[in-house]
Write a protein that binds this ligand. Sequence first.
Ligand SMILES: NC(=O)c1ccc[n+]([C@@H]2O[C@H](COP(=O)([O-])OP(=O)(O)OC[C@H]3O[C@@H](n4cnc5c(N)ncnc54)[C@H](OP(=O)(O)O)[C@@H]3O)[C@@H](O)[C@H]2O)c1
Length: 287
Amino acid sequence: MKILITGAFGQLGSSLEESLSSKYEIYKTGRSIPKGEVGIELNIQNIVYLKEVLNTIEPDIIINLAAMTNVDDCESHPELAKQINAESVQNLVNCFNGKIIQLSTDYVFDGNNGPYSEDDIPNPISIYGATKLISEKIILNDTNNLVIRGNVLYDHSLNNKASFLTWVVESLLNKKRIRVVNDQFNNPTWTKSIADVIQLCIIEDTKGLYHWADEDYLSRFDFALKIAKKFNLDISLIEPITTDELDQLALRPLNGGLNQNKIKKDLKLVPPSIDNCLDAIIDRGVI
Ligand SMILES: NC(=O)c1ccc[n+]([C@@H]2O[C@H](COP(=O)([O-])OP(=O)(O)OC[C@H]3O[C@@H](n4cnc5c(N)ncnc54)[C@H](OP(=O)(O)O)[C@@H]3O)[C@@H](O)[C@H]2O)c1
């Protein structure tokens, strides 16, 4: 089976390749190909090139990871966010008849009442969340497709500027003080954990909307403390602050996060704990 991954050189892309490459023919595509990596250049906004790549590869499944994921950038460039996160997803649907697996986010919710289940009504409070919600609707117009919502993905990777775990570890190793919000709650998820779930969904041909998140529901500050303790770093360098103090452009859901009961029941899964994931990451080392 041929699987084409868009946005494959981002944070989740590397874990996904690791989970899938022994079983499937994987085609990694990216808006640009980082030095030392191998892949196909594909900007999903470019419909002409998108058609060409799809005609050449003829994938059975597309996993769409490509997205404008910087929440504040989306707020300051709403038109671009809409083009990448929503209109380009429509491009994929228009150009491809096979199954599409789309990654979405708990940011489709307002964060008044998380963790959220699939039946809860979305109410995005940021452009990022709003554009991702549009993408879900586009994808779910075809009942064969799958949307998996995730939240706060992490791994220990020096190549990824978006990794919260790497930011905490590298800052504390360098004795740098960090300020971490203590009023945003969610269930951080190891990229390998969600990548393995995506693999299982391919095997089971899962359709519709599902939430996946690891077990622990906690504040970002408590997550940073857990990381510091596991990596034997100085927790006194971590200062708790409120989201308001950060004065970010986009609003953040405070009580966000995802309830995983539906997928736990349907696919007989048990989400891992943060402690177990961090132990596995420490055993494996930084990538
Ligand atoms: N990270 C999280 O905490 C989280 C939580 C929930 C859901 N998700 C969703 O999971 C998916 C993967 O997230 P991630 O953490 O791997 O994000 P990421 O590290 O930001 O990766 C996204 C990738 O998409 C690429 N991209 C952006 N615009 C593109 C375009 N027009 N055409 C092709 N590629 C494009 C980016 O390339 P450039 O490097 O060139 O920008 C980047 O490599 C996204 O859909 C995201 O919304 C992420």
